[in-house]
Each structure stands twice: as C-alpha cells, then as structure tokens.
Design a protein. Sequence first.
Lengths: 490, 95
Amino acid sequence: MTDLTHLTIADALDGLASKKFSARELTDAHLKKMSALKKLNAYITETPEKAQAQADASDKRRAAGGKVGSLDGIPLGIKDLFCTEGVQTTAGSHILEGFKPTYESTVTTNLFNAGAVMLGKLNLDEFAMGSSNKTSYYGNVINPWKRQGDSTDLVPGGSSGGSSAAVAARIAMAATGTDTGGSIRQPAALTGTVGIKPTYGRCSRWGIVAFASSLDQAGPIARSVEDCAIMLGAMAGHDPKDSTSVEMAVPDFRKGLTGNIKGLRVGIPKEYRVDGMSQEISDLWAKGAAWLKSQGAEIKEISLPHTKYALPTYYIIAPAEASSNLARYDGVRFGQRVPGNSLDEMYELTRAAGFGKEVKRRILIGTYVLSAGYYDAYYLQAQKVRALILKDFTDAFKDVDVILTPSTPSAAFGFHENEGDPVQMYLQDVFTVTVNLAGLPGISVPAGLDAKGLPLGLQMIGRAFDEETLLRSAQVLEKCANFTALPAGV
Amino acid sequence: MSLDSKTVAHIATLARIRVPEADLPGLASELSGIMTWIEQLNEVNTKGVEPMSGVAARDLPRRADVVNDGGDPGKVLANAPEPAHGFFTVPKVVE
C-alpha cells in the first residue's frame, strides 16, 4: 500500500469511499509517523485514543452506508488555540498549562460534525503572538525543511507553526490555524503548504483563545488549494455565539474550483515592491503574474498607497486589543496562580510568571497606547489609518478581482536570525498584515524554491466574502507553479 | 517617543504585571524602539477620517432576552486554581 500520509484530503476521501483503506488505517498511519517525528515538536498534546475512537466511529458510519460528512475519517491537527472539551488547551502559554475546557469551540465542533478526526493539539507562538513559533512556552517547532547541504534547524513560521510543520511533515492531512496578522499565510509560505485566511466573519471565533478580536480569523493549512477549500467549507458558517460571524450561506468552495480564470483582472500593487526585496522574491512574483496571464488573466498595476503604514497600525491595534483580552488571565477563574498577600500582588505575580517576554511586551504596548493622554495620539490615529488602508483596497477592487503579492519577505530562517530587535521579526508580516486590517480573505500558495532549496509562497488577496474567486485563482496559480518538492526525510 | 523606566513601571502596574526593577531599563529601551517605529503614523493626514474599530457590521445582532445557559457551577469551577464551597477564591480584600 502507498504511504497514506502522503495523500491529499481529496484523494483520501476517494480512497475511504471506495474502501481502499479504512479511516482507522489512515489515522494509525499518521499516529505512527507522529511518533517517528516527535523531534519536530509540532504537537503540544497528542490525542491518539480520541483519534482512534473517532476513526472507528467514521468507519462504522461508512459501513452502515448512511450519510457521511465532508471530512469523514480525515485526521487533522488542531492549533492549540481552539478550545477542545476535556483536552488541554494552552495557547502556547504557561499561564494556561493544564487548562481543560469544559466546552468545544465552534470551529472544532463543525469539523467533528463533518466527521473529522483529531490527532492532537498543535504548537504555536504564545497567544499566537509571533512569526517563528519561538515564543511558545512548550518549545520551538522545527521546520521539516532544511537548506541544501546545511543541517541548521529552521523556523516553521508563526504563529501557526505547529500547524504548518505538521502538514508539511505529513503528520496531519491538514490543520486549523488562526491568522491575526499573517499567522496562517506566513507559516504556510515557509513550509511549502497552502494556507487561507478567510474574510473576517466567515468562521466563528467562539471558543478560540482571543488575541486581537477585530483581526483574529480561523482558517486551514493544507497541502493543496482543493484541500483548503474542503476544510474551509467545513469550518465556516454562521454562529449566534459570535456576534461578528456573518449570517451568510457557505458556498461550495470545492465546486467553485473550475480552473477557469479567463478575463480575471489581477492587481499588482506597486507599494509591495518594498526596499530591499530580494531578487528571488521579486522574480517569483513576476513569474506568478506571467502564469496567471498565460491562463487568460489580465494583469494590472494598482496602487495601495497606505501599505507602509499597515504594520505600525497593526502594532497599535493588535496590542491594544490583546492587553484588554488578556486581562482575563488573573489567576482567579482558570489557569496558573501565584499566591500573593493582596489581590493586586496575586495578579501581578501570576501574570509575571505566566506570560512570556513577547506577550508581556505587547500587553505593555497595548496598555500604553490606551492609557490616559495617549489614546488619541496612538489608538485613535491607528483606527483612522486602518480606515484608509481599507479604502485603498475598496478602491483597488473597483478595477481588479484579485491581488497578487509575495507572501513573505524571505524563506524560512534560523532560530537565531531576526533576533535582537523585535521590529525585525514584526517585518515578517509586511505583506500579510494589510489583509487583516481590511478584513479581506488572503491565501498563500507554494510557488517555488529559493537558491538554497527552501519553499517560497505567493499570496493572493480577494474581495470580502469572495473566497470562491480567490480559491479558483489560487488553484490556477498552484497548477502553474506545480510545486512538488518535499522536505528531506518526509 | 522615548519611554523611561518610570513610565514603564507605571504601565506595568496598570497592566498588573510585576516587572523587577533591574529589567526596567532594558524594557524601556525595547518599547521605545517599537514606539519610535510606530510614530511614522503621524505622517498620515487623517483629517476628517472616521476611526474604524473593525470590519464587522456596526449593528450587532440581538437575541431574545432569555436564559439559554448556566446552572452548571461544576463546569464553571472546573479550572479554578483554588475553588472553595462552590466559589472562586481570592486573597482577602477587606480587613
């Protein structure tokens, strides 16, 4: 039998339907590989018993000949930011060590209703704050990719670094991620996988540990655009428990993958040609445009004039919202507690011991920009610039249907690179963060290898709630790029 | 914008995070670096622009005003660090 862990979800669903293999065999193949690849540290908590029980239940459903779900029997990894009933949910933080939710997030509920199997909870940057997975309390995740002839361990991107590494290493057929500033698309780009952040409001945020509520959105990381379409279809949907989740039917994203982009207008934003962009990235971007043109698309240069202000805007808005959201970790109702002589002392000691360096940094920035005397100068100004960034996109989408950009400024980097100055790390999200501020859908597709043999991604951005066009265009790009390289040892 | 140790100590108190005295200068310099970088936002002319708090619809949906959850103190307290007699507990706040 072929190695089941190398199948796409689409192929695995066919194999399950035609009884070539069982859901239990598919799950066991993944569990076995997870044991062999523990050194990647992709999972914080593995749930083999739960996975096998869910796989057996799926096999029973198929044997009974009844209705099966859109992901029936497919083994997935779940980012450890999604609350899972009875299974430890840490958000990558010490402060939530041992926290076992008594409820299930809406997205994982939707996935389980579709028949999905959970292999375990995936590592991430603490509270999803980071672009390298280095801020996790539970240790670094190792990218399965290495530079040619160089054994240096590289980062898998972040914050969904466990998700991207697991999908690339074939220890999950797909994974859930969340994306606040690029946390699905950047790790997907750094691991040769596909990741989509849908439109804000497409997936329910209920039961996802909150970072920045006006920016956070769940989405999948998978190994093909089609698999992302299948995953997103199962994850999305209106949820009365999240007031920002939209009451809108979820289209059949898979059906929308017609391969036809004749007449599609693709925008190339000139402001994304940032200073110091490497020749490799710039060449790949041009190649992407040429591929789409060869398939009948029309390429247009567009302008998004406020692009350079997106990152500083984000680093006011996201920390401000985080400082408020993370106020709940006070040692009273859940999570770790450090005793103190007074209530304030208990709060201060608990939070000092429970949060890591980057999380503290962001809470402090958020507290500062919201504090008396600074609110107007920082927070209000950032909210206004955010409106201008959204307007840039609204104007651009009058002339184009999708936008093509690089996903990241570089390929995967070593654990000691981009260290020292926090701003250097923040720049990882320079191409992805605009999309969160504007609430739009964005997808990263693996498009080629750099000179050292590491994957590079291209990003496509779509109109709000037009994931269908976005996925269709991304699949054409994927076919043209024909990315078939595999990380060594996988 | 340059933040000094005193300001950082003040923010840390507001945020209820204990920061050791010795860490204040380093933190002040890091945060100053970030704030200086952020300050480029002042270049943007935002006169007459409405601030935007998010892309979600401004009119939030309403649900019927009925009890639809609750009555399960066991679940609520399941993850509490030191629950007692069906309550959360904190250090004494009134002498």
